[in-house]
Write a protein that binds this ligand. Sequence first.
Ligand SMILES: [Zn+2]
Ligand SMILES: [Zn+2]
Length: 334
Amino acid sequence: MHALVYTDTQTIIYREEKNPKVENGESIVKVSASGICGSDMHAYHGKDNRRIPPLILGHEISGTIDKGKFAGKKVILNPLITCGKCDYCTNGREHLCNKRIILGMNKPIEKQGGFAEYVSIPNQNIYELPKTLEINEAPIAEPTAVALHAVELGERELSKPLKNSKALIIGGGAIGLLSGLILSKVKECKEIVIVDPNNKRLEECSKYLDGEAVTPDSKNIIDNHFDIIFDSVGLEITRQQAIKKVRPGGIIIHIGLTQPSGSFDFRKATLQEITFIGTYCYTNKDFEKTLSILANKKIGRLDWIEYRKLKDGATAFKQIHDGSCSAPKIILLI
Ligand SMILES: [Zn+2]
Ligand SMILES: [Zn+2]
């Protein structure tokens, strides 16, 4: 089969690879569409110790079952593979299973990803594609589930409804925009500010998101003002911005994985009772709920997705890397 292979830091090659083998309890999916995620970019930059080259990246996948239990069915994949037996798995928090792996990773266990014509996946990770969802758009379900999980973790901790809360979103990539769309269109939050240094990205976001799209130096990002802040970037500087802008008693939801440590105003966090919540992936329930949100068109048009061919994937990676692509999401079509 043809596949995009990550072979070295900032090197992606389109080449011939072995087809995945059929394993017990798994199916082979003929991939239709596969989204490029921030974590794929992280790997591309040589900064992910769970993704070591050579490796086929990609975990936001839709396609048709080629071999296996549901052969011929159009499907969307939940790429988070868990043990199904541990305390987390049996209590609806599968995403914290310590045996979890994601497609397109090879440490500790190898599971080749979806930037290829075929991919293998356990049967319990396969969901039938809702009829009203386009197969090429469907990979957006995975990052949407990440955003939904983040928003609902925050919603649970807030002392007032999201509807009446002021939200700041740091980062105008897919997770930032999707968090904004869920806040606005699903949770009816009315005061949303989204911040990103890239003006082209902000322009894209403001076409779809009912909120203010601004650069980090904007006066509209008022200090001690926001009830809830989503850091979809995860840099030292974005965490510092979050703690500065959050109001007393407010919440910071930390999603991004860009920089693992750095200085932070713990004094304000303590004196002003700031809740800091780390959030990772989604539960199986979140994934199912996301499919229903997308099937019912609840987050509006998805025209902000840009499509490229799998064989042109290397250029897409390069353009995301150098900032010349303003689309919050690129999906590769196979
Ligand atoms: Zn992803
Ligand atoms: Zn488990």
